[in-house]
Design a protein around this ligand. Structure first.
Ligand code: FE2
Length: 220
């Protein structure tokens, strides 16, 4: 007999695909952070945080953000081709996506949470794009419905990206025992007509979550 909870559909999750020849994020990000294989980025670059430091501020993160201007055009082209068509009219998009690394033996974001608990507002839609195969304990785990806590891994590969409701669905990471790094970036989008300037800043970087800072406006 099947477990009805385990078989429950995951709400508000869609896996989209894109053409990696047109949008070569893997190669371009590999060029930014160094090394030959992002799945073994731990051999080429410090991917574990210093003791007591944020798990989102390693040498790999520094390299990504320092070089992001070099792929901003690619990111915008991707948004125009694959994300803006999912909405109508103007949308607020995260100006700089958030870079993540789940190194072997570590976690990308250690706390299971809803983004609503981290100052993000209703109407926000999350997109999560892997730059390495994401599976098992190296990927993100998401519950199937609010407060169900039946976390399951999202299995996606480069060329795919996940759309999900991170505001209401708890999600997080396990300790990565796959032996492979998971590298990814993610970004938030809110329809312009739903966006409210809350006056708040992000918990991790302190970036004001307003248009012209954390968000930029793009139109279909
Ligand atoms: Fe989150």
């Amino acid at each position: 007999m099947t477990d009805p909870v385990a078989e429950a559909p995951i709400l508000d999750q869609t896996i989209h695909t894109y053409d990696q020849d047109r949008f070569p994020f893997v190669r371009r990000v590999r060029d930014l952070v160094g090394g030959t294989d992002l799945a073994r980025l731990d051999r080429d670059c410090a991917v574990h945080p210093a003791p007591g430091a944020s798990d989102q501020a390693t040498e790999a993160h520094t390299r990504f953000y320092a070089g992001f201007d070099g792929i901003r055009g690619l990111y915008h082209d991707f948004l125009r081709a694959h994300v803006l068509p999912l909405f109508s009219g103007e949308v607020c998009v995260q100006a700089v996506p958030t870079f993540r690394v789940a190194p072997p033996g570590g976690t990308a974001v250690s706390t299971f949470h809803r983004d609503a608990d981290f100052r993000h507002q209703p109407g926000t839609v999350n997109f999560w794009l892997p730059l390495t195969p994401a599976f098992g304990t190296n990927t993100i785990w998401v519950e199937s419905a609010p407060d169900r806590a039946d976390y399951r891994p999202v299995t996606v590969v480069p060329g795919e990206f996940l759309q999900f409701d991170a505001i209401n669905l708890r999600h997080g990471n396990r300790a990565n025992d796959t032996g492979a790094c998971r590298v990814s970036f993610d970004f938030r989008v809110i329809p312009r007509d739903r966006f409210r300037d809350t006056g708040l800043a992000t918990v991790t970087s302190g970036t004001p979550m307003r248009i012209g800072a954390y968000y930029t406006v793009m139109a279909n």
